[in-house]
Structures are given as C-alpha cells and as structure tokens.
Ligand binder design. Structure first.
Ligand code: GTR
Length: 435
C-alpha cells in the first residue's frame, strides 16, 4: 500500500522541500475551508445503538456483547485500521526495561523513571514517568508527545529522543535528529510539577518512536516489524499511524499494570490534536484506560465528519494519507455513507468518563462538531446507567459540563495550556474520587 510514496506531495511538504502553494494559508488548511455554520450540510447521525441490520440495542448486556463489538469493528476496518495479529502477539511478549530511576527528581518532589521497550530492528519506545513522592499507588495521566520526551521538561536527566524528529532550525535540528537544545521546549504543555502536586503521576512517550509522522509507505516505525513474509506495508484495512500510536499507548499501559507505584485502575489517556484523535482511539481499543481526554482533536477525533466544517475527511486523507487506513479515503466524497460518525467513537469509550476539550479560535478542529459528538454519545452512556452528558446546548466559554461525558471550550488557540490541565485534573478528581 502507498508504495513508493517518497515523492508524494505531503512527504515533500513534511520535509520542507516544497513551498506551500498560496491557497494553503496554514499547512494543510486551505483558505476555502468552510467556516460558515449556514453552509454545514443537512445530515442525520447514525444512532450508535442501531445495529447494521436495523435492530436496536436494548440492554447494557446487548451493547457489550453485540452492539459495541460490531461498531468497534466498523470503525476499525473503515477508518483507523486493524492491528495485525502479529503485533498483538509481539505485544504480549514484550517487556519494558527500566534503566533510570531517581527518587529525588525535580528537586526531591518526584520519582522519575525511564524505561525502554526494544521491539527489534532498531525500533525502541522510550517511556518517561514521574510520580509524586508518596506512599501508595497513584492515579496517572499518560499521553504521547510531539517532540521527544526531553521536550516535556528541562530535567537534564531525560534522555534526548533518538528517533526521527521534524527539522526545526530554531533548535538546531537540521538532520531530523534531536539534540539537547530542544530540552523543555514543550514544557508549557506538560505542567509536570502542577500535576504531581494534585497527587497524579504523569507518563509520556514520543509518538515518532512508534511511527515517525510522515508518509513513507511505512518503511520505518512499528508497521514493518509485523508484516507477513512478502508483505511490504499494511493491507488496505490494516493500521495507519494513528492506530499504531494508540497501540503504543497500550504498551505503556502494559507497564503501568505491573508498576506497584501506579494505580492501574485509574490511568487516564490524554492527547492533543492528532494525538487527541489517538487518545480517543486508544481509549476505544483498550478498556484498561479508565478515562479519556481529547484536546482539540478535530477531524478524525471528536469532530463530526458529516458537518464538513474546518478540516474535512477529504482534506485530512489528502494531507495525511498515513494517519488512517486505505479504506477511509474511499469515503472522502461520501462521508454521509459512513455507518458511524465521531460520536460513535466516543460511544465506544462508554461507560468510562470522557472529556472533550475545544478552543474557540481553533475553528479548523470545529469546536461545535466536537461538542455535538459528545452529545451524540449520550444515549449509549445512559443505556449503560451513567448520567451521560448533562447539557443539550453547547456551553459558554470556560463552563465545564459536569457529567460522565464532559465538554469544555476555552478561549484561545489550538494548544494545551496549564489551565487545560487543571480542567483535566478537576474532571478526573470528580469522576474518580468524588462520586
Ligand atoms: C493539523 C491537522 C489536524 C491536527 C493538527 C495537529 O495540521 O490538520 O487534523 O491533527 O494538525 O495534530 O497539530
């Protein structure tokens, strides 16, 4: 699939080889995108409780044994892609190796751990964990990062990322190799001390360790490790990059389940933007994640595809052909025929708590579409005996919805801020410890 693609437009763009054509105002965001609510096409959302054969799921048991597995398979086969059995089997035998432990990290406030998961052929996942210094297992947030573990905090002991990274002349990265000058550059997105002070641990991995984020026909990262003999890339219905990133998050979860310092029943998965899409799919795939936070996840994440507002399915599959499988682009011109929409993805997380976060200036991610997805999952959450989502209308800025399905929109841009983290932690506290 997708071979050879090294000459593809998006690949060259990723490497910065070509100039952006004038109609692309921001990378991948064409100026003619629809931002007009009155131009949103009329659509009907498929009811996640109605099966393909038209029968309605009537009980929680039926959802668990029939409705959910069917819906899961549809989203897997037509969008994110199936993880090959070889990868699932390899995961069962994989063992994380701890190579760093400091009980006096961050000025004595934390315990830091670094572990590596060697998967073969030079593919290694680096996992960084901080837990607050206290006795007893702690709840924890895990999320992938965009630039390497060393970017999340200035702590000089964090190993500099060894995988392919995007070039960034501001930090002297010109050969797709990170160096110490990007240490701590993403720290505003990872307020680690503040998270620890709230009694939570925090863990992260670089998404590019799992699969470097450019379209090269899957010649690097984990995909190639699990091909059948003679197979040169994933089959049409098999995993794209997002599914691989989500699979990687489950490998971190494998470790948490064995780490006595971590309360494995209270591990939340969080992600921003493309990694927010990943967090939602990770939560759907792996029910060990007990809470999911999607931050500005947009198209392919929480935003409804049928609204065609901001980024569309057509656009995302063109700009990022490696993110989803090869079935998804067949829906580029017919999203209304998808037997699901993104509210169905949220429904797969039920009955576990889910928080969908938007930013009002992030129109490309369609904040209203993100809210409507959360609302659209309500029926499944209620069937499973939870309070679903407590509102019917989109809340005002900074007004957090207080229910199992929650939504929050803050002023500002596409980003993760310390304020966002306070919202995540408040939500986890309320859902896990105050009910
Ligand atoms: C954009 C893309 C979005 C979002 C974002 C990001 O260019 O169109 O879907 O994923 O990147 O991940 O930062």
């Amino acid at each position: 699939m997708r071979l050879p693609s090294k000459g593809s437009f998006s690949f060259l763009l990723t490497l910065g080889v070509v100039m952006l054509p004038p109609h692309l105002a921001v990378w991948g965001q064409p100026a003619d995108a629809n931002y007009d609510e009155s131009k949103v096409p009329a659509y009907t959302l498929p009811d996640p409780l109605v099966r393909l054969d038209g029968k309605r799921v009537a009980t929680a048991e039926e959802w668990k044994t029939e409705g959910r597995p069917e819906l899961y398979r549809l989203i897997e086969e037509r969008m994110f892609g199936r993880v090959p059995e070889r990868a699932e089997a390899a995961a069962r035998g994989a063992v994380w190796q701890e190579w760093d432990r400091d009980d006096q990290a961050l000025g004595g406030k934390a315990v830091r751990n670094q572990l590596v998961l060697p998967l073969g052929h030079g593919v290694e996942l680096d996992l960084l964990i901080y837990v607050p210094k206290r006795t007893g297992p702690v709840p924890l947030f895990v999320g992938l990062n965009f630039g390497g573990n060393h970017t999340v905090h200035a702590d000089p002991a964090i190993r500099v990322c060894r995988s392919w990274v995007r070039n960034d002349s501001a930090h002297g990265i010109t050969d797709n190799r990170a160096n110490g000058s990007s240490r701590g550059t993403a720290s505003s997105r990872w307020p680690i001390e503040a998270i620890l002070e709230r009694g939570y641990g925090v863990a992260t991995m670089y998404y590019g360790d799992i699969d470097p984020d450019f379209d090269d026909g899957f010649q690097n990262g984990v995909h190639g490790l699990y091909c059948e003999p003679g197979q040169t890339g994933p089959k049409a219905d098999e995993w794209g990059s997002i599914a691989a990133w989500a699979w990687g998050l489950s490998r971190a979860m494998d470790h948490f389940a064995t780490d006595a310092r971590i309360d494995a029943a209270h591990v939340a998965v969080m992600g921003h933007s493309r990694l927010g899409k990943t967090a939602l799919w990770a939560g759907a795939r792996d029910e060990r994640f007990a809470l999911v936070v999607s931050n500005n996840s947009g198209c392919g994440g929480a935003a409804l595809s049928r609204r065609e507002f901001g980024e569309t399915v057509r656009r995302i599959n063109t700009s990022f052909p490696h993110w989803f499988n090869d079935v998804f682009p067949t829906y580029n011109e017919r999203v209304a025929e998808l037997p699901f929409d993104q509210h169905s993805l949220i429904a797969l997380i039920a009955p576990r708590p889910v928080l969908v976060c938007s930013a009002d200036e992030d129109r490309w991610a369609d904040p209203r579409g993100e809210f409507l997805s959360a609302l659209g999952a309500d029926g499944v959450y209620r069937l499973l005996g939870t309070d679903g989502i407590a509102v019917k209308e989109m809340p005002a800025l900074k007004e957090v919805v207080r229910s199992r399905v929650s939504y929050h929109i803050r002023p500002g841009k596409h980003d993760v801020t310390p304020y966002d983290w306070q919202t995540y932690l408040d939500f986890a506290d309320a859902q896990w410890f105050r009910e």
